[in-house]
Design a protein around this ligand. Structure first.
Ligand code: FEO
Length: 170
């Protein structure tokens, strides 16, 4: 049975993952309307992954005899100044999520909930990968700068960045 404090913290994380999914969905939609089809596909997939992160938490809370709360979500930002601005926002968001996962791990240790601590190790590893991917993308975008040809190639190739990461996970 989950302790109340752990259940509350996991429910907070459910909300963070659900909001991440919404934020990336809105980013995907913006990219699509800007003619950035590759970035849009990458972000749609990323949004789906965040929904999967949320679902894993919902099912874990319920399986442990707790009650998962499906939260109301905030309206995500609907436009960005540039693709660089979008991916910087994404990177900042992932850094925030990593901090929240670390807090959760701390709570599990202080409450001696080693089962949830073990469950969360998947998220710890996932955050390392997500931050690394977002930093790789930002490095590429800063090399490209304002170069339109570079941006065209980036948009074409970003799908293969996501495919590589997904296949590494399997
Ligand atoms: Fe589920 Fe990108 O953190």
């Amino acid at each position: 049975m989950l302790k109340g404090k752990i259940q509350d913290a996991l429910n907070e994380q459910i909300k963070i993952e659900a909001e991440s999914s919404q934020i990336y969905l809105a980013m995907a939609s913006w990219a699509e309307t800007e003619g950035l089809g590759g970035a849009a596909q990458f972000l749609y997939k990323h949004s789906d992954e965040e929904r999967m992160h949320m679902l894993k938490l919902v099912q874990y809370v319920n399986e442990r005899g707790g009650k998962a709360l499906i939260p109301q979500l905030s309206q995500p930002n609907e436009s960005y100044k540039s693709l660089t601005n979008l991916f910087q926002t994404l990177l900042n968001h992932e850094v925030m999520v990593s901090g929240e996962i670390n807090n959760l791990v701390d709570i599990c240790l202080s409450e001696k909930d080693y089962t949830t601590h073990n469950f969360l190790q998947w998220y710890v590893a996932e955050q390392i990968e997500e931050e690394a991917l977002a930093r790789t993308i930002m490095d590429k975008l800063s090399m490209i700068g304002e170069d339109k040809g570079g941006l065209y190639l980036f948009d074409r190739d970003i799908e293969s960045i996501s495919i590589t990461v997904n296949s590494e996970k399997q």
